[in-house]
Design a binder for this molecule. Structure first.
Ligand code: GDP
Ligand code: MG
Length: 441
């Protein structure tokens, strides 16, 4: 989606005259991209006509950057579309916050409970998990396994069949143990919605949660609207987590459908592993879609994952704008690690979509290793050069021979490097401001 929209905007940038026809073509391309990602057609039309209203080409003085104005209008309208306009409850440390998870069976509640607990553990909370799913065989074992992996205290029973009783016992126990984030996982067994809602209501009445989070399988696309609406109306759902957005196939559909119910989406699940979990924030999400780079997401990840004394240096390198092959090499080295910097890099739009597309990690790794072998045959001068003309044909032939690769492999690598340099040049102006805020905190 992001690719097509950025492409449409880039075409606009290349057009010699930005007239009404060019705008219409651009908006048509954006419409197609949104419809392909399953966003409801009505919402798309509303969005494009608002962009049209916001952009009055004739009124723009000559010399203004029309593409930028259109891009800003598209950005604003996409944000509008996804923003429910009200924030959700956020737990505060030191108080016994109770958060209850609800949703249909298989939506990802149990998995997401642990992800949510682990995320807050990283923020200094003392989370705990209560398994109030007494129906599904193995429900307690699954939660136990996840909790153990994440080193989070848990409570549950193999014998007790009353979910309300377990929920109350678990919440009591963890209150006594001074847990400040008590997470209650519930069952989603019922096909009959009324019975499920009734069980949820009873557990909620007994445990008095500060927040009820509705977990929904995002792969159902636009159909998410009905489900989200039904839960919202019958339970006091305060926030939504949309799971299984790893393919992103129907992500646009699910997210816009949930947004249409005016429920805040707080996280998204992007895989089965505990770390496949992202804070959902409308503006950075839309920036990423439009290929503008998820700067605040990047900065948050850095803050979460990196020692403070390393943060500025890493950002500094990206902002210097002298994106040498040596920096490229270092970035690759880090990208191959699954550690914090690797995760940070995967948030750079260019890296994620072009170098490491989801589902092709193995191939991507092989490619990156190949690139690194090629760079191993470069001289220091070549690695540190900022002059793109330095790479003459004779140097390329020498590097190819030295690394045992074809000339085409070397030129492909250099092309990729240029693309990455372009991506990083976007961070040049935006990061210094972020750096300041990092230093202040
Ligand atoms: P519950 O029945 O609502 O508790 O759902 P579970 O947590 O047991 O998850 C059901 C299945 O969905 C499991 O196989 C999970 O591994 C999987 N799952 C959960 N979240 C995600 C996600 O974000 N992406 C993917 N691909 N799978 C997920
Ligand atoms: Mg479960």
């Amino acid at each position: 989606l992001g690719g097509s929209i950025s492409r449409a905007l880039a075409q606009m940038a290349n057009a010699t005259v930005v007239d009404d026809r060019a705008l219409t073509e651009c908006l048509n391309e954006i419409t197609r991209a949104l419809v392909r990602s399953d966003v409801q057609i009505g919402a798309v039309c509303a969005m494009t006509s608002s962009v049209r209203r916001a952009v009055n080409l004739e009124a723009l003085a000559a010399g203004t950057n029309k593409r930028r104005i259109i891009q800003q209008a598209v950005f604003a309208e996409l944000c509008n579309m996804l923003d429910p306009g009200k924030p959700s409850f956020a737990p505060t440390k030191g108080k016994p916050n109770v958060v209850m998870f609800v949703g249909l069976q298989g939506s990802g509640k149990t998995t997401t409970c642990t992800k949510y607990a682990r995320y807050h553990q990283g923020k200094g909370f003392k989370p705990s998990l209560v398994c109030a799913d007494t129906f599904r065989a193995g429900a307690f074992d699954q939660l136990k396994q996840n909790a153990t992996k994440a080193k989070i205290p848990y409570y549950g029973s193999y014998m007790e069949s009353d979910p309300v009783k377990i929920a109350v016992e678990g919440v009591e126990r963890f209150r006594k143990e001074n847990s400040d984030l008590i997470i209650v996982d519930t069952s989603g067994r019922h096909k009959q919605e009324a019975a499920l809602i009734e069980e949820m209501r009873q557990v909620a009445e007994a445990t008095k949660p500060d927040l009820v989070i509705f977990v929904m399988d995002g792969s159902i696309g636009q159909a998410a609207f009905d489900q989200a609406q039904a839960f919202k109306q019958s339970a006091s759902v305060g926030a939504v987590i949309v799971t299984k957005l790893d393919g992103h196939a129907k992500g646009g559909g699910a997210l816009s459908a949930v947004a249409a119910t005016k429920s805040p989406v707080i996280f998204i699940g992007t895989g089965e592993h505990l770390e496949d979990f992202e804070v959902f924030d409308v503006r950075p999400f839309v920036s990423r879609l439009l290929g503008m780079g998820d700067l605040s997401g990047l900065v948050n990840k850095i803050k979460d994952a990196m020692p403070a004394d390393q943060q500025p240096e890493f950002l500094q390198k990206l902002t210097e704008g002298t994106f040498t092959l040596r920096l490229f090499y270092e970035l690759f080295q880090n990208l191959l690690n699954t550690g914090p910097i690797g995760q940070i890099l995967s948030m750079l739009p260019g890296f994620r979509s072009e170098l490491m597309p989801k589902g092709h990690e193995k191939e991507s790794q092989a490619k990156i290793k190949r690139y690194m072998t090629i760079m191993d045959s470069m001289t220091d001068a070549e690695l540190d050069s900022t002059n793109p003309k330095l790479m003459s044909a004779s140097r390329i032939i020498r590097i190819a021979r030295g690394s045992g690769r074809a000339v085409k492999d070397v030129t492909d690598m250099l092309e990729e490097y240029k693309k990455m340099a372009k991506v990083c040049s976007k961070f040049k102006t935006a990061i210094p401001n972020k750096l300041d805020s990092l230093r202040r905190n």
